[in-house]
Ligand binder design. Structure first.
Ligand SMILES: [Zn+2]
Length: 309
């Protein structure tokens, strides 16, 4: 697959009647393509993928998920944002090598970081050699695998939220205020939930929703350990919403996972977006119910107080 074919795969959604828009920009000025399925009223969730360059199979999966929901018309309440490729510059490097890189000095820098090789198929970072999913301001720099200097993977950046793609995702999230987020990665067929320092009730809520996602996908649910600076981590720490990292593809498959496995991965994940949205609606209703209950019991206490006055 070339990068042009990759982009076309996303753009072709317009032929199915889905509208694409830009959720933000990359360092090299590329658009972070997105779509929305369902209604803009009510509970919204956000699903993002392709933040690690070599994991672009997740972008293709999300295109299939959006198309599937569009054709089945199954989103009846609320809506789902899909951000297909949070790291377009990195995905271009994986698919096309350095042909699209504008400056010779950047090409030299990237080649050196890549051990002198022109095979960039294992590349994870953005064009600044920052691992975007370690750059978010959520216990930044405390992850077990963190690297402090530019690298094709695991470099956290010189300071948190330093990268344009990370700021784009933060700004977009703050604008649409999702009630739940999912980050697609590869590989291992597992779902990660929770984050260090999360409150016990929120952790229990996220485990409960995670178990439902685990059931529909067949993926194992695992608590997060020794990770920091990810988008999921940021959503949990800063927004207190349920957020998940889902790793698609069998662990034995090499990176990048071949498009030959897209059918299998889609089958496992086709019900994830709608299930996640319905779970988000359920817990939002619970919050509203609790608010109504506490305000009506306050009213009762107030009336009693008046009677005995
Ligand atoms: Zn990843």
């Amino acid at each position: 697959m070339t990068y042009q074919q990759f982009l076309q795969y996303i753009v072709d959604l317009q032929k199915d009647g889905l509208e694409l828009f830009n959720a933000g920009k990359s360092v090299l000025g590329q658009n972070i393509l997105a779509t929305h399925v369902g209604s803009y009223d009510g509970v919204q969730i956000l699903i993002q993928g392709g933040i690690h360059a070599r994991e672009y199979i997740t972008s293709l999966l999300m295109v299939e998920q959006a198309r599937y929901l569009h054709y089945t018309g199954s989103v009846r309440n609320g809506g789902i944002y899909f951000l297909f490729a949070t790291n377009p510059d990195g995905i271009e490097i994986v698919l096309d090598g350095l042909t699209g890189i504008p400056c010779d000095i950047t090409k030299e820098y990237l080649t050196r970081a890549n051990g002198g090789s022109d095979d960039f198929s294992q590349y994870k970072a953005n064009v600044n050699l920052v691992d975007l999913n370690t750059n978010f301001d959520a216990q930044w720099g405390s992850g077990a695998q963190n690297v402090r200097c530019p690298s094709t993977e695991d470099f956290i950046g010189f300071y948190p939220n330093s990268e344009r793609e990370v700021l784009s995702l933060i700004n977009f999230t703050n604008r649409v205020r999702p009630s739940l987020t999912i980050s697609y990665h590869s590989k291992g067929e597992v779902i990660y939930y929770g984050f260090a320092g999360q409150s016990e009730p929120n952790l229990a809520r996220d485990r409960q929703i995670g178990e439902v996602l685990s059931q529909v996908s067949g993926y194992a649910l695992i608590p997060t350990e020794n990770s920091a600076g990810g988008y999921k981590d940021w959503c949990i720490e800063k927004l207190s919403i349920p957020a998940y990292t889902i790793e698609v593809g069998r662990d034995v498959l090499p990176h990048p996972i071949s498009i030959d496995y897209l059918g299998e991965i889609f089958q496992q994940n086709k019900d994830i977006p709608l299930t996640a949205l319905n779970q988000a609606i359920l817990y939002q209703n619970q919050i509203r119910f609790q608010e109504i209950q506490s305000s009506s019991s306050n009213k009762k206490a107030f009336n009693l107080f008046n009677i005995f006055k």
